[in-house]
Design a protein around this ligand. Structure first.
Ligand SMILES: [Zn+2]
Length: 81
């Protein structure tokens, strides 16, 4: 993974983005959300920020085994403002 596609800015080099955290699996309970590590080999859901561009917060779904980005959209699901 060397590039992310920002919904505002288009494809940009990964160095423009800053990783924030890995999110719990959908449906995880409160305890799991706080304390359990996410270690799926097929799917990782993460928060990134485009610090070198629009500074938007992004929800990135990717396969940590291959580095392939499955989906990249704004946190909250909104489109372009
Ligand atoms: Zn951007």
């Amino acid at each position: 993974m060397t590039r992310l596609v920002c919904p505002f800015c288009g494809p940009r080099h990964l160095r423009e983005f800053e990783f924030h955290k890995t999110l719990p699996a959908p449906g995880a309970g409160e305890f799991a959300s706080v304390y359990e590590r996410v270690d799926s080999l097929e799917l990782s859901v993460e928060h990134w920020q485009h610090v070198g561009g629009c500074r938007g917060w992004l929800l990135v779904r990717r396969n940590p085994s291959t580095g392939a980005v499955l989906d990249c959209r704004l946190v909250g699901g909104g489109g372009a403002a």
